[in-house]
Design a binder for this molecule. Structure first.
Ligand SMILES: [Zn+2]
Length: 163
């Protein structure tokens, strides 16, 4: 039987309300696709602007390596419209191996995940160009820019803006 990851399920609940059901569908579809030792986990969904600022500082004004291209307010995570993934191998080891085919079906497990997201109209950071690839990142923009989202959030005081 397929076991769902409680951590992932609870993180889905912090996405924009309009995306929660869809994200759960995506998650379950991926679980069905990945039949090997690797299971997908959503590592980040909603992220506050303050958290984004701190993350942006990492590798720039603070120690560590660069993990984001977006400043606070400039990430779709800040509006609950993005998901980052990793793999959980054998239920415990975190992996970002994008090439491995754990279930031996001839397709890298990471590509299987990307396919499911893209089939639902999500953009994949793995396709970004100009040296700004973000393999674990998926977002659904509803055709809105982060500038527009930031304005709406400011106007209404709500991070989950009307879409
Ligand atoms: Zn991300």
């Amino acid at each position: 039987m397929m076991t769902l990851d409680k951590v992932t399920l609870s993180r889905i609940e912090t996405l924009h309300p309009k995306l929660r059901l869809e994200a759960k569908d995506i998650y379950i579809q991926i679980c069905r696709c990945l039949t090997g030792r690797a299971q997908v986990r959503f590592t980040q969904t909603f992220r506050s602007v303050a958290e984004q600022h701190a993350l942006y500082a990492q590798g720039r004004t603070m120690p560590g390596k660069i993990v984001t291209w977006a400043e606070g307010g400039r990430s779709y995570h800040n509006y609950g419209l993005a998901v980052d993934i990793c793999f959980l191998v054998d239920g415990k080891t975190i992996s970002w191996d994008t090439l491995k085919d754990h279930d031996g079906d001839g397709l890298a497990d990471w590509m299987e995940c990307a396919k499911v997201f893209e089939n639902h109209g999500w953009q994949w950071g793995g396709r970004w160009t100009g040296g700004k690839t973000d393999m674990p990142h998926f977002q659904k923009t509803f055709g809105k820019t982060t500038t527009w989202l930031a304005e709406q959030a400011k106007k209404t005081g709500r991070v989950y803006v009307e879409l």
